[in-house]
Design a protein around this ligand. Structure first.
Ligand code: GTP
Ligand code: MG
Length: 229
């Protein structure tokens, strides 16, 4: 995929990338932008904006991706970034329970400023690693969706973008037609079928319509930490 801000304003959508520090937001963007994977964690300061041009089976569009620092000391959660956002990816680390619990907080902050109808994809990253004991529940009401990926092995990297484009253009059968041509980094092996099966299990745990929870995590020692929206 290309990073090229060449589309008109009408075809360009502001997309926030939110989530705790270290979950892999910048890595995800760097993978799309340059194909590279960096082992060390260099925390983002404030915000970095990239424009990603996407080709779909319906039309081309551009996502203006706002990579927001996950650590509040570096300027994360500053409401100013949220204004005029049209969609968002909220990322967490499938190995770090605390980051899954934080999803509800990020979602709440976002909804307070942008409203509940904003298309949002909750995205679990690092799926190639051993996962925390997991019981994630999410609510598919409104424009919320869920996927998992691994920026390290370049698995399912296009999924959050494709899901957002479907919501933005209101086309359930939309497909990205320019797939990233990224390869897993050397010395990294994983079981794609197993990762996909896990993701589908979570996707099927849809909360009942009337539930108050938008996204919750139950597992391990965190049973008391179910977060209500
Ligand atoms: N194993 C594994 N590590 C990953 C993956 N994606 C990112 N990482 C690692 O996670 C660490 C943090 O990645 P970043 O992309 O800098 O995290 P961030 O969410 O942008 O963090 P802040 O900028 O501090 O908010 C780095 O050490 C990456 O190498 C993945 O899919 N698998
Ligand atoms: Mg970052």
């Amino acid at each position: 995929m290309e990073l090229k801000p060449s589309l008109s304003r009408q075809q360009t959508y502001k997309c926030l990338i939110l989530g705790d520090s270290g979950v892999g937001k910048s890595t995800f963007l760097r993978r799309h932008a340059t194909g590279q994977f960096r082992d060390e964690h260099v925390p983002t300061k404030g915000v970095q904006v990239y424009t990603l041009l996407l080709q779909t089976n319906y039309q081309d569009l551009a996502l203006e991706l706002w990579d927001v620092a996950g650590d509040e000391r570096h300027g994360g959660l500053l409401n100013g970034y949220f204004f005029f956002a049209q969609c968002a990816i909220i990322m967490f680390d499938l190995n770090v329970a605390r980051s899954a619990i934080s999803v509800a907080r990020w979602l709440h902050s976002l909804e307070q400023i942008c409203g509940k109808q904003l298309p949002v994809v909750i995205c679990g990253n690092k799926s190639e690693l051993e996962r925390m004991p997991l019981d994630l529940l999410y609510h598919q009401q409104g424009n919320l969706d869920y996927c998992e990926m691994s920026a390290r092995v370049a698995w399912n990297l296009e999924a959050p973008l494709e899901l957002l484009c479907r919501r933005l253009l209101q086309r359930n059968d939309l497909k990205l037609i320019s797939q990233p041509t990224l390869r897993p980094i050397a010395s990294c092996s994983c079981d794609e079928a197993e990762m996909r099966q896990h993701m589908e299990q979570v996707r099927q745990q849809i909360l009942p319509e009337k539930s108050e929870e938008t996204f919750s995590y139950k597992g391990g020692n965190f049973k008391d930490c179910i977060v209500l929206n």
